[in-house]
Design a protein around this ligand. Structure first.
Ligand code: HEC
Ligand code: HEC
Ligand code: HEC
Ligand code: HEC
Ligand code: HEC
Ligand code: HEC
Length: 376
């Protein structure tokens, strides 16, 4: 049994998709509805709960519920999982597993939801659920397809309305909230740094800085007293691949781009910080702070005006969606064959944006470093 390393999200299918897609599509939202949701939750759970039990022998995972309970108890005794917040209404002595056994020992995808664990006492689903003898989660608890455990994974019709019981669901999380409560799964949004009176919430500063900095002062990178290096500080809470092209961007700008970057900073009075190694980071494009934290006249304070962090980044469907999807279908089919994962893409447009140093909606962020005809 091993405590799974954190940041298990590197193999998010974004990366595969990026390579087969047009490279110019970053500022539209391409939603990979399926795995990223589970993946981000699982990665978050792994990072924050610690009790992820991975198989010692590798892929074939066969362990009884009792064994799992024991393993979880051992992990708990070792102090794993005793700290940190849980996303799920996770009660500590329940086993948590990302690899799954099925009655027929059929291999489910690595990040499939746990099965065989009892429904938590804190869960009160509105509709009666079909559970196993010991009130545990079985295939039929969540899937409406008969004998799904006897069908090879790749043959399961995921588009069937009863693939997920009670479906289809508008979003996968709607399905999750049948058992998990929305409220308990909310993470505290540390980007909300000002209270209703506009006063600073210092405890939020100290998530990232060792102490709250002066808001009217310009700091050198080494003076920021960040708990984690600037280029990695977002990863405890966000995926390394939060959206298309984020990872691809963590590179050194070409000389030409660098020149344009510095000119944009000067011309627009903004800050586009690069890492000590001169690479683009999350905070090159994103401001970690909302408006009002850094003194307005400083370059680090310049960002999109919207401060509605509750709504955050939102997208709207767009007529191009259908055209876009059909255009990409062939390449998606190919990717699906290669990865064995169903790939779905949807074209959407940014409706509202927050925590960005320049608007991306109208392209100005991209134009700070790119010119229109530099796409290879
Ligand atoms: C707690 C709910 C839950 C239980 C229990 C559950 N599943 Fe799933 N299953 C899901 C969800 C959620 C997905 C992913 C849906 C999506 O991504 O759209 C999924 C996906 C799948 C897929 C498709 C995987 C793919 O990549 O195409 C198969 C096959 C599957 N489950 C089989 C099973 C079998 C067999 C069992 C019983 C051993 C089982 N599931 C138990 C929730 C569950
Ligand atoms: C039928 C009820 C049910 C549904 C629906 C359901 N879950 Fe769970 N989930 C559970 C139970 C029971 C556990 C066991 C741990 C616990 O008690 O919280 C669990 C545990 C988890 C965990 C922690 C364990 C781990 O694997 O790291 C995550 C994360 C999770 N669920 C995410 C989801 C997501 C995402 C969805 C929707 C796709 C979902 N759940 C749908 C019942 C459900
Ligand atoms: C999510 C992590 C995070 C939180 C929370 C956070 N900061 Fe920062 N802060 C950063 C990072 C990363 C930088 C460096 C950005 C850069 O290189 O320009 C930074 C830079 C700064 C700077 C320097 C700006 C400059 O131009 O030199 C000040 C001042 C600052 N933070 C104040 C605060 C205050 C006050 C709070 C609490 C209200 C806070 N920060 C909360 C991550 C955070
Ligand atoms: C090249 C600029 C750029 C870089 C680098 C970048 N982002 Fe983004 N990010 C954006 C833009 C633009 C959006 C809003 C539109 C979109 O989804 O593409 C966004 C959106 C987001 C969102 C909201 C996504 C959603 O759908 O709700 C998160 C979270 C995020 N970024 C985190 C990160 C993290 C973490 C990193 C570093 C790994 C990062 N970003 C790197 C430009 C960037
Ligand atoms: C302590 C955890 C934590 C850290 C560290 C953190 N964030 Fe966040 N961030 C959140 C939470 C919680 C939200 C609210 C939305 C959500 O739950 O995903 C959020 C929201 C965002 C959003 C808006 C997305 C939206 O749709 O609302 C962006 C962009 C973002 N973060 C970027 C960053 C960047 C860049 C960093 C690194 C400087 C960072 N975050 C560090 C927890 C964190
Ligand atoms: C801070 C500068 C900067 C900003 C802002 C920026 N980029 Fe980039 N972009 C880069 C760098 C650096 C690279 C990778 C190395 C290179 O090409 O110089 C890159 C690469 C790319 C690539 C090629 C990726 C690949 O896989 O080869 C695309 C497409 C792209 N950017 C689109 C965008 C879009 C769309 C935006 C606006 C949302 C944007 N960029 C904003 C600096 C930036």
């Amino acid at each position: 049994m091993t405590n799974s390393p954190s940041g298990g999200a590197e193999n998010c299918p974004w990366q595969g998709v990026v390579s087969v897609m047009d490279k110019s599509l970053m500022c539209c939202r391409v939603v990979l509805i399926i795995w990223c949701v589970l993946q981000s939750l699982a990665a978050w759970a792994k990072d924050n709960q610690g009790v992820v039990i991975a198989s010692e022998s590798g892929s074939e995972y066969s362990i009884s519920v009792t064994e799992m309970l024991e393993a979880a108890a051992r992990a708990k005794a070792k102090g794993l999982g005793s700290s940190g917040k849980s996303t799920a209404t996770y009660t500590a002595n329940q086993p948590v597993d990302t690899k799954i056994l099925t009655p027929k020992k059929q291999k489910l995808p690595e990040l499939h939801h746990v099965v065989g664990v009892p429904l938590a006492k804190t869960m009160h689903p509105k509709e009666a659920l079909e559970l196993g003898e010991k009130q545990e989660l079985v295939c039929a608890t969540c899937h409406g397809i008969e004998k799904i455990d006897e069908i090879p994974v790749e043959k399961v019709d995921r588009k069937a309305t009863n693939f997920l019981k009670g479906g289809p669901y508008a979003t996968l999380t709607d399905f999750c909230y049948r058992c998990h409560t929305e409220k308990e799964n909310e993470r505290p949004n540390i980007h909300v740094m000002l209270d209703e009176q506009g006063k600073i919430k210092e405890q939020h500063c100290t998530y990232c800085h060792e102490k709250a900095l002066k808001r009217d002062q310009v700091y050198k990178p080494e003076e920021l007293k960040l708990r984690v290096a600037r280029e990695a500080i977002c990863f405890g809470c966000h995926l390394k691949t939060p959206h298309l092209n984020a990872l691809q961007h963590q590179d050194k700008p070409s000389e030409e781009k660098l020149k344009q970057l510095h000119e944009s900073e000067k011309k627009l009075g903004i800050s586009l910080p690069l890492s000590n190694a001169g690479k683009v980071m999350c905070v090159t494009c994103h401001s970690p702070h909302p408006n009002g934290v850094i003194k307005a006249s400083l370059p680090a304070a310049k960002q999109v005006a919207n401060n509605d962090l509750k709504t955050g980044v939102t997208y709207e469907k767009h007529l191009w969606g259908a055209v876009y999807a059909s255009d990409k279908q062939q390449r998606l089919d190919e990717l699906e064959r290669k990865t064995g994962l169903l790939q779905e893409l949807e074209y959407q447009r940014i409706k509202s944006e927050v925590l960005l140093r320049l608007p991306a909606k109208d392209g100005s962020l991209c134009l700070a470093c790119h010119t229109f005809n530099d796409r290879e």
